[in-house]
Design a binder for this molecule. Structure first.
Ligand code: ADP
Ligand code: MG
Length: 167
């Protein structure tokens, strides 16, 4: 199907490999073909887009370093980079959908409702000889996502009014 693609659900626990310790936590969503019909035959890979999150009320908001807007229903929109696939490096047997939100949060948000607008494709899944090469590629994916989303054509109209995207 054509971009943008939508996906939503509550953030679940992932594989617990300590992505957070590597500086790249990924909020996992259930891969459920009944809720997300396009996902079953969707190409695995790295994608970029927007994540809209309804954070728990107790969660303190940190200083905003990326463009974001709080909408009237309590959702906040952030840029994101995500992987859909088997993560060959980890030899997974089930597909996962995991989102690295390009924002620094003061607290975890397991269980929070998250809505994704997937805007485009970055690259195919790759296997890696080592963790360092994997991390380097993910950091580069983040730059590609930021640069792509900063272009006016990728920015939803609601976000382009008033909020700066100079960072
Ligand atoms: P898991 O294996 O349970 O997914 P991770 O190490 O990938 O563990 O951490 C993911 C969790 O970290 C998310 O579910 C979320 O609650 C939290 N988190 C904090 N900051 C971010 C962020 N910028 N992007 C994604 N998740 C984040
Ligand atoms: Mg994760």
């Amino acid at each position: 199907p054509p971009f943008p693609l939508r996906m939503e659900g509550r953030v679940i626990s992932g594989f617990g490999r300590g992505s957070k310790e590597l500086g790249i936590p990924t909020a996992n969503l259930p891969v459920d073909a009944s809720a997300t019909p396009w996902i079953s035959d969707f190409k695995s890979g790295v994608y970029f887009g927007w994540a809209s999150l309804q954070l728990p009320a107790s969660s303190p908001k940190t200083a905003t370093t990326t463009p974001s807007t709080t909408t009237n229903n309590g959702f906040t929109v952030y840029p994101m980079v995500m992987s859909i696939g088997y993560n060959p490096f980890y030899r997974n047997t089930v597909r996962s959908a995991e989102v690295h939100v390009l924002h620094s949060f003061a607290a975890d948000f397991y269980g929070a409702p998250m809505r994704l607008l997937i805007a485009g494709f970055i690259r195919e899944e790759k296997d890696y000889a080592g963790l360092e090469a994997l991390i380097a590629d993910i950091n580069f994916d983040c730059e590609v996502a930021r640069a792509s989303l900063a272009r006016p054509a990728w920015t939803p109209r609601e976000l382009s009014n008033g909020s700066s995207s100079s960072s």
